[in-house]
Structures are given as C-alpha cells and as structure tokens.
Design a protein around this ligand. Structure first.
Ligand SMILES: NC(=O)c1ccc[n+]([C@@H]2O[C@H](COP(=O)([O-])OP(=O)(O)OC[C@H]3O[C@@H](n4cnc5c(N)ncnc54)[C@H](OP(=O)(O)O)[C@@H]3O)[C@@H](O)[C@H]2O)c1
Length: 191
C-alpha cells in the first residue's frame, strides 16, 4: 500500500500559523522534507487549497515577482516545487469545494476516499496540510509518516497543528537532522 507522508513547518510551541493566518516565520515554501522524489500524488485540505493554488500559480506565471506569504521573490527551490505541482495530481479533501483552476486537481469527499487512494497502485502520497486535515487523518490512522521542520521560535498566539486532536498516540522517531538557521528536521513513523 502507498504511504501517506505528512509534512509541516512548526514553531517549538507546535504552531503551524500565526494570528494573521500564515506561518510568517517560513522563508521558503518548497518541499523541505525531501519528499518530492518518492511521491506521485498530493493530498490537501479544503481550508488551504485556494491559497496554495493561488501561491503556486503566481510563481508559475511570473517566476520573479515577490509572492504574498514570504514577500520575497521565489527561491530556486520554490521554482522546482512549482514545476512539481504542475505535473503532479492533487487531491483536495472537501465537502464544499467543487472547482479548481488546475486540470490535475480533483476532490475527495470522505476518509474512505482517502483510504481508497492509498490502495491504488503508485508511489507514496504527500499530505501537504493544513492542520485540520493532518490532525484528522492522523487520528483516523491513515498517516504513515510525519515529517516536521521545527523553527527556533515560540510563536505564541496562533493555530496549533494538533489543536483538534483528541486521541493520544505514540510515534516512532525515525530521523533527526540539524538544518540551517537553527531549524531541526524530525521524521516520525506512525504505527
Ligand atoms: N506551517 C505549515 O507547514 C503549513 C502547511 C500547510 C498549511 N498551513 C496553513 O494551514 C492553513 C489551513 O489549515 P486548516 O486547518 O485551516 O485547513 P485544512 O486542514 O487545509 O482544511 C480543513 C478542511 O478540509 C475539509 N475536510 C473534509 N473532511 C475533513 C476531515 N475529515 N478532517 C479535516 N478536514 C476535512 C473541510 O473542508 P470543507 O469545509 O470544504 O468540507 C475542512 O474545513 C493555511 O492557512 C496554511 O497557511 C501551514
């Protein structure tokens, strides 16, 4: 069965975005987790899809213009990720969204649809976020691996990655990596 691999950039107090609705401490929204080579599909929540589509469409259309979350021109790694999103099917878990700009985007409606996606033949699937879908799919036992990049920051007010989680769950630490800028990469297996 294909693995579902979640990635998230968090502060040390577990926030995945600040009070303005973005993680403004993140300077680059490219892969960062080393996941692109092992996946051939992406899954994301209805909450983040419209902003995600807007962000990467802007980079595809004008590779040098500053983008709205970072306020900086896209990095070379973001250019590479923009090419990855153009060629990779995206599945959006939503009961309300019905249309997308990208021809390779389609919608899934239930957790059973996500389980069915994992049973299809193919490479692994990248769960991009946001927080509610990630927490909910971990709760449902559908996520196989969680890759975190932890920033050296106490974000304070903001939205926690696991704000909606009710169930206690132990994880298996698979990898620790010291990254530039005081960040730490952590990979956990989820049984
Ligand atoms: N720090 C990071 O690395 C990072 C990464 C990604 C995203 N983000 C941030 O995450 C934010 C969006 O996250 P979010 O938590 O608001 O939304 P989300 O997780 O992207 O989407 C939640 C939506 O997914 C749909 N959904 C359907 N079934 C669901 C289920 N069983 N469980 C959960 N969701 C289900 C619902 O949409 P319907 O109402 O349409 O049914 C729900 O409103 C963005 O602002 C983005 O900036 C941060």
């Amino acid at each position: 069965m294909r693995k579902l691999i979640a990635g998230m950039k968090v502060s040390i107090d577990g926030k995945m975005e600040g009070p303005e609705g973005t993680a403004d401490w993140v300077e680059d929204w490219s892969d960062g987790y080393g996941v692109m080579a092992q996946v051939d599909a992406c899954l994301l929540g209805g909450g983040m899809y419209p902003g995600y589509e807007q962000y990467w469409t802007a980079i595809q259309q004008d590779p040098n213009t500053p983008v709205w979350i970072t306020g900086n021109p896209p990095t070379p790694a973001e250019h590479e990720y923009a090419r990855f999103v153009a060629r990779t099917p995206h599945y959006v878990l939503s009961s309300t969204l019905t249309s997308a700009l990208w021809p390779k985007t389609s919608f899934v409606r239930t957790l059973e649809d996500v389980a069915a996606l994992k049973r299809q033949p193919g490479k692994d699937i990248y769960l991009i976020g946001g927080a509610r879908i990630t927490a909910s799919l971990i709760d449902a036992g559908l996520v196989d691996e969680l890759r975190l990049i932890v920033y050296p920051l106490v974000a304070g007010v903001g939205k926690a990655l696991f704000a909606t989680t009710e169930r206690r769950r132990g994880l298996e630490l698979l990898k620790v990596e010291q990254l530039q800028g005081g960040r730490v990469g952590l990979v956990y297996g989820i049984a």
